[in-house]
Design a protein around this ligand. Sequence first.
Ligand SMILES: NC(=O)c1ccc[n+]([C@@H]2O[C@H](COP(=O)([O-])OP(=O)(O)OC[C@H]3O[C@@H](n4cnc5c(N)ncnc54)[C@H](OP(=O)(O)O)[C@@H]3O)[C@@H](O)[C@H]2O)c1
Length: 329
Amino acid sequence: MYVAAKNRYDKMIYNRVGKSGLKLPQFSLGFWQNFGFEKDYEEVKEIVLKAFDSGITHFDLANNYGRPFGSAEINLGKILKNELAPYRDELIISTKAGYTMWDGPYGDHGSRKYIMASLDQSLNRLGIKYVDIFYHHRPDYDTPLKETMKALADIVNQGKALYIGLSNYPKERALEAIEVLRGYGVELLIHQPKLSMLNQWVKETELDKMLIKEGVGMIPFSILSQGLLTEKYITEIPLDSRAGNPDVGFLNEDSVTSELRVKLVKLKEIAKKRKQSLAQMAISWASMQNGVSSVLLGVSRIGQLEANLDALNNRFFTDKEIKDINKIL
Ligand SMILES: NC(=O)c1ccc[n+]([C@@H]2O[C@H](COP(=O)([O-])OP(=O)(O)OC[C@H]3O[C@@H](n4cnc5c(N)ncnc54)[C@H](OP(=O)(O)O)[C@@H]3O)[C@@H](O)[C@H]2O)c1
């Protein structure tokens, strides 16, 4: 039987999420790729327990994570049952609905029907009574915002989720949603946008500023641009990488352009001076952006998790480093 490391809270930093009472670890673990049936269960378990032993108290899932969809939730459900059950109150588990999950008109988008049914399915797969954070995964402009937000508020009132999050909502839609939710007596806890050195739409559109003003936290995803912001693609596309694996489908050889490689080489030089790998520097960079409560780590093996955790020890940047990075980008 697994016993969690006694020193698991010693090194991690915990940040308050917006103006809420909840704190999240600086690094959270994402289950999108490599945590479903596409991966050996024992390996998934090893990574998850290593994360928890390192102070990562937050696991981020969605109905459609893993191959096939739902298998990441099933795997975490098994780990929760067999290993982490005594630690449920030390964990923040999130899931989402918003992308295609099942056939027909009720398995996608933002209707009350889909959201309610999907969360029930997620709770079944996870084998738990409630999730800590439930997200609407993407905006749906064909469903009245009030319908989606009322469903989210009702989920909180039913005790099936403690907090509500939104993901991929642009600034204006997110602000509207915050106000509608408030009308139902629920404060939006957190927003989950894509953000990395290579994709700064959050800053360009001032989504970050709006969230800070409204007291809402932020947890960026794909902070390594799915692995592009590492050193592995500088000279080749390894077969065991996301871009080299045609089964994944979200990154391919075309993503690795010669223009990108030039930037990666220069960024690697700055990272080296900081005594970091490029991946570690990209993680540190994302962690230090305004309004960030936590960042999502995606890993395909335990060594990546261990290396990425080290980014915690060198989070700050000098003005010169920031200037040099911006020049390259
Ligand atoms: N809300 C949304 O719409 C949304 C969308 C996407 C993701 N997310 C969340 O964000 C999480 C992370 O997303 P992501 O996987 O795209 O994150 P990412 O950090 O940009 O990419 C992670 C990938 O980078 C590679 N990598 C990580 N550390 C490395 C290291 N030290 N050295 C070399 N390669 C390394 C691994 O890929 P390989 O080893 O396979 O190359 C790993 O799977 C997801 O699990 C999910 O929770 C949310």
